[in-house]
Design a protein around this ligand. Structure first.
Ligand SMILES: Cc1cc2nc3c(=O)[nH]c(=O)nc-3n(C[C@H](O)[C@H](O)[C@H](O)COP(=O)(O)OP(=O)(O)OC[C@H]3O[C@@H](n4cnc5c(N)ncnc54)[C@H](O)[C@@H]3O)c2cc1C
Length: 463
């Protein structure tokens, strides 16, 4: 994290709100998926804790609300505000590391990519992670960002302490022994408890992942879904609506084998694999998405072509290079967390919906799983979870399909991914979460005046 303050030349110098804080040159905030845009009163980019506290103080003094932002990779309007967007991406880097205990503290704006590379340099790794590395750690845990694997906790569960700059001017570090109730709230915090300045992660020894990808009949896979999910370290499958096959990925952890058996991919084979991802898989998806947006009738044929581009392959590499893939093509997404035992039934209902209504997507539906979590607002709170995610090319219609799919997920006991597109409000969310009131209590203690709320978080929380 850069400890430098803004210089007298800063454009912020003229703003009473941000006199000591770098103001971002652009005046419009845009989400990664391009589905959310806002021009707030100010966008500020503090570079250290003092500057974060300064923004919170100045905003409070002027009656302005503040919304923290990470990489803008959420699809739900958690960030947009007409007042102040606090871009937290300059709070970045490693703060401290204890290699023996395998614990590392990162500033909140550090991305998953940066964290993975820094940990690799120290012989460490994240135990599990999402399928993309652009998110900041504070933003990722805010929404319960997860990967896949019933035995491997998501990012929020890998956190052992969190330091928060609160609207009331305190700097609180919460852990299992100090303010444990704040830690449970902050594991999935929606950006409404304070600005996350840093987090300490319980890491694991660096490990390799072996990946097996193959195509298989969909019906047989869905019939055996719970066994398939529990039988692999990390299991996921992709399905192009309308097709009768699935593309399965099984990731196996190899850290117990010596290096001679688990050598990571050579730079050359890695380049070939990434080229396969980028040129064949991603570019094809992008090209087909564009074509489909101008000629929707071609979609079933295009999807067949897209499915065929995902051939079988096997490879081994450093964990984060296998967990994640580049995402060159922008999309919007909805995702729901079902009780594990209801996931297959929910998926079959989704298939029937597609058959009935002929809905199409430019990206495959993605099905993953995760273990029970402690975060009060974790969509996996207290239960094994199967996730179903729909992703649509940003320029193609998605609203009706997402709304109908949401109805199915709700009927199967689903909870929405906080960062994805959904229509739930406090009235429907409260009964889904056993610790709902505990979260609200922590929030109102840390931010009694609602400095950090926008319209969306007010409607989510009913405050
Ligand atoms: C290409 C792509 C792939 C994805 N893959 C996955 C996946 O595999 N699994 C999954 O679960 N999700 C996935 N997502 C969703 C994504 O992980 C979440 O939406 C995540 O929250 C985005 O993090 P961010 O840094 O962009 O935060 P933002 O979207 O900018 O913000 C998210 C929330 O965090 C808060 N926030 C951000 N920084 C701070 C801070 N320093 N202090 C306090 N609050 C803060 C914001 O106020 C907001 O409430 C994906 C999204 C994309 C675009």
């Amino acid at each position: 994290m850069n400890e430098q303050s803004a210089t007298p030349d800063d454009p912020a110098e003229s703003s009473p709100l941000t006199a000591k804080v770098a103001k971002v040159a652009k005046d419009t905030w845009r989400s990664w998926g391009r589905n959310l845009t806002v021009t707030p009163a100010a966008i500020v980019r503090p570079e250290n804790t003092d500057q974060v506290e300064q923004v919170l103080r100045d905003a409070a003094a002027q009656g302005l609300r503040v919304r923290p932002a990470g990489s803008g990779q959420s699809f739900s309007p958690l960030v947009p505000t007409s007042d102040v967007v606090l871009d937290a991406t300059a709070l970045t880097g490693l703060s401290s590391i204890d290699v023996e205990k395998q614990q590392a503290t990162f500033f909140g704006g550090t991305t998953i990519q940066q964290i993975s590379q820094i940990l690799e340099d120290h012989g460490l790794a994240l135990g599990n992670m999402p399928d993309f590395t652009g998110q900041t750690i504070a933003g990722a845990i805010a929404t319960g960002t997860h990967g896949t694997g019933l035995g491997q906790p998501s990012l929020a569960e890998q956190i052992i302490d969190i330091t928060i700059a609160t609207p009331s001017g305190e700097l609180i570090t919460c852990s299992e022994t100090s303010h444990p109730e704040i830690l449970r709230a902050a594991r999935v915090h929606l950006g409404v408890l304070g600005v996350i300045v840093s987090v300490t992660i319980q890491c694991v020894s660096a490990f390799r992942l072996h990946c097996a990808e193959f195509r298989e009949p969909l019906a047989r896979l869905v019939d055996s879904l719970p066994e398939r999910m529990s039988g692999a370290d990390h299991f996921e499958f992709f399905w192009m609506p309308g097709r009768h096959t699935a593309h399965t990925r099984i990731l196996s952890r190899l850290h117990r084998l010596p290096d001679t058996y688990t050598r990571p991919a050579s730079p050359f084979s890695r380049v070939l694999r990434r080229a396969d991802d980028a040129v064949l898989r991603t570019s094809l998806t992008s090209g087909l998405g564009r074509l489909a947006s101008v000629a929707p009738k071609t979609v079933p044929g295009l999807n067949k072509l897209e499915s065929m581009s995902k051939s079988s392959r096997r490879y081994t590499d450093v964990s984060y290079r296998v967990f994640t893939a580049p995402r060159a093509v922008r999309f919007v997404s909805t995702e729901y967390a079902m009780p594990l035992e209801n996931t297959a039934a929910a998926f079959r209902d989704l298939e029937a919906l597609v058959d009935r209504k002929g809905y199409t997507l430019s990206f495959p539906v993605l099905v993953r799983c995760s273990p029970p979590e402690q975060g009060y607002l974790s969509p996996s709170a207290d239960r094994y979870t199967g996730w179903i995610s729909l992703r649509q090319y940003g320029k193609r219609p998605y609203e009706e399909f997402f709304r109908d799919a949401e109805q199915i997920f709700l009927e199967h006991g689903g909870r929405p991914h906080w960062g994805s597109i959904h229509t739930q409000t406090a009235e429907t969310l409260k009964p889904m979460y056993p610790h709902w009131d505990d979260f609200l209590k922590v929030r109102s203690n840390l931010d009694p005046n609602g400095l950090l709320l926008n319209d969306h978080t007010r409607s989510l929380l009913g405050v």
